[in-house]
Every structure is written in structure tokens, then in C-alpha cells.
Ligand binder design. Structure first.
Ligand code: PBG
Length: 311
């Protein structure tokens, strides 16, 4: 009876698994602050993607960990950058069985750790960064990404990427926009996962959103849709369920939510101490994100939850 009258339900089809691929390693490297998640070699990444596909998961989002970083994040758009090599391999081996989403940002590739390039005063230069994002989008599309996911929160990034994709013959590649991405303290474990430290103890408050604001998120979402976003995302998810609900009510494109690294790590750490039931909390959290209105959920719990839901 409870199943019959349930108002929302979490399904395997809703899940997207975030994966990391690292250059110049011979075997996967576990990420200490994200137990159960590893930096992959290209070969182990392909195996993991096949395992996820066999569990019924239909999409992954890929992050790269390059060996060399420089001021403009060259590796992000290099044809032979680690993500491009990995995308080509995944697309060859999996075809269209798995939606390949490429996170599109510079922070993993810049030596200063910011999501954009800097001007002479050491501040992020929004418009110069847009040119770089266009180059990254084209490289990712050429390598086989089905969707690119700009996560740098530069103004005008969706329009710049759409134009770059269209003029390079990639009009069939879509954009999942991290539209409402907050300057959150919950990204800590992720920054370990991609070896990112922001120079001079800096932060991203200049381009990510103020956690006190909700209407601002709606404005960002509307702008992104007007610029050509195919899906919009709210990030983090759990601390921003009200934002997910407001976005869902305001727009008709698919809404994604990112259950971020800190949200995952808190559950895993408490469960390791025996204080909470990991699986039950994971299902409750993801169910809440779904109930709030997300159609698509990016989560480090994807594989284990898929096993439970499929089981
Ligand atoms: C930026 C990016 C971040 C995350 C995804 N893309 C980190 C940041 O903005 O500092 C965080 C994801 C997570 O915490 O799980 N490229």
C-alpha cells in the first residue's frame, strides 16, 4: 500500500556516477577522503564504466587529474589531455550505452587552482576564461562527450560554449550547466581527489554563489537556459533542497542536483564509527533530493544504491 501511494521514487535511471581519471599512474589510487572512490587509470576507468553500465547506470561525469598544471590550464583542452584520452576510449568501448558527461572547468589544470585564468592583478578574468572554456568544450566534444558540464560559474559561459560547439560542428553535444553552484565548504574531499589547492588560501566567492541566496539561483538558471543550457544543476544538493524545489517549479528543462563529496564523506565517516546506517541514510538522502524535484542526481553512492535498487 505504501508503495502504491508513494509520491516519489528513486530509480537507477536517475543516477550519474562521478569518476576521476589520473594521468601517469599504473594502478588506481584510492582517495583517502572519499572512501570507496579512486583516481583511475584509463584502463581501470573503462572497467568501472562497464561495471556501472551492467548495474543499469546510464551516465557518468568525468573529472581529470593531470600531471602538469599551468596558468591557463592547457591540459583541459589538449587533444592528448587525460580526459580527452579517456573519453575517446570510453566512447570506443561503450558507444552510446553510457551518457558521457565531461566536467568542463580549469581548476584541475591551473597551477593557481582557480576555475578561470587570471588577469595581471591575480583576479579571475571572466571573459578571457570564456575563450578557454570554448576550447575545452570543443576538445571534449571531439573526444566523444555527449554532454559538457561547465562548472566554473563564469558569466556567459553557456553561451560561449554553445557558440564554440556549434561553429565546430558539434551542435549535437548538449550542455548540462552547473547553474546554481554555491561557494560551499562541502567540496573539501573533492579538492583532495583532484589535487586542487587554491593559491594564497583563496576561495571561489568571487564567482560561486552566496549560500544565503535563493532568488539569485533562479536568475542564474534562467540566464543559463536563455543561453542554451539543456539541463540545469543545483550544487550541493542536501543543503540546498529548497533551491532544487524552487528551480523545479520555475523551469521545464531537466533539473540535476550534485550530492557532493562532503555530503558523501559525512555519511561514510559516521557510518564507519557505527553511528548511522550507511545504506539507509544514502537512500534517504537521495530520496530527499528526488522528492525536492531533481530529475538527475550525481552521487558517489551511485553504484551501491543501484545495487540495492536493482537487487
Ligand atoms: C570544479 C568542481 C568542483 C566540484 C565539481 N566541479 C569543486 C569546486 O568548485 O571547488 C565539487 C564536487 C564535489 O565536491 O563532489 N571543477
Amino acid at each position: 500500500m505504501r508503495r502504491l501511494v508513494a509520491e516519489s521514487s528513486l530509480g537507477i535511471d536517475d543516477l550519474v556516477a562521478p569518476l576521476f581519471v589520473r594521468e601517469s599512474i599504473d594502478a588506481p589510487v584510492p582517495i583517502a577522503s572519499l572512501p570507496g572512490v579512486s583516481q583511475h587509470t584509463v584502463a581501470s576507468l573503462v572497467l568501472e564504466a562497464k561495471r556501472l553500465a551492467s548495474l543499469g547506470i546510464g551516465a557518468l561525469v568525468l573529472f581529470g587529474v593531470p600531471t602538469c598544471k599551468d596558468p591557463v590550464g592547457s591540459g583541459a583542452s589538449d587533444r592528448d589531455g587525460v580526459v580527452q584520452i579517456a573519453l575517446r576510449q570510453l566512447r570506443d568501448d561503450l558507444g552510446d550505452e553510457m551518457v558521457l558527461i565531461a566536467d568542463l572547468c580549469l581548476d584541475e589544470y591551473t597551477d593557481h587552482g582557480h576555475c578561470g585564468v587570471l588577469n595581471d592583478r591575480g583576479e579571475v578574468d571572466n571573459d578571457a576564461t570564456l575563450v578557454r572554456y570554448g576550447e575545452v568544450a570543443v576538445a571534449q566534444a571531439e573526444a566523444g562527450a555527449h554532454l559538457v558540464a561547465p562548472s566554473g560559474m563564469m558569466d556567459g559561459q553557456v553561451a560561449a560554449i554553445r557558440a564554440a560547439l556549434d561553429t565546430s560542428g558539434h551542435d549535437d553535444v548538449g550542455i548540462l550547466a552547473y547553474s546554481a553552484k554555491y561557494a560551499s565548504a562541502l567540496y573539501g574531499p573533492f579538492r583532495d581527489a583532484v589535487d586542487v589547492t587554491i593559491a594564497g588560501g583563496g576561495d571561489r566567492k568571487g564567482y560561486q554563489q552566496d549560500p544565503r541566496n535563493r532568488r539569485e539561483a533562479l536568475e542564474e538558471v534562467r540566464l543559463d537556459i536563455a543561453e542554451g543550457a539543456d539541463l540545469v544543476m543545483v550544487k550541493p544538493a542536501l543543503a540546498y533542497l529548497d533551491v532544487i524545489a524552487a528551480v523545479r517549479a520555475a523551469v521545464d528543462v531537466p533539473v540535476a542536483a550534485y550530492n557532493v563529496s562532503g555530503e558523501y564523506a559525512m555519511v561514510v565517516a559516521a557510518a564507519e564509527r557505527g553511528w548511522i546506517d550507511r545504506q539507509a541514510v544514502a537512500l534517504e538522502h537521495l530520496g530527499a533530493i528526488k522528492r525536492a524535484g531533481a530529475d538527475v542526481i550525481l552521487t558517489y553512492f551511485a553504484a551501491e544504491v543501484a545495487e540495492v535498487l536493482g537487487g
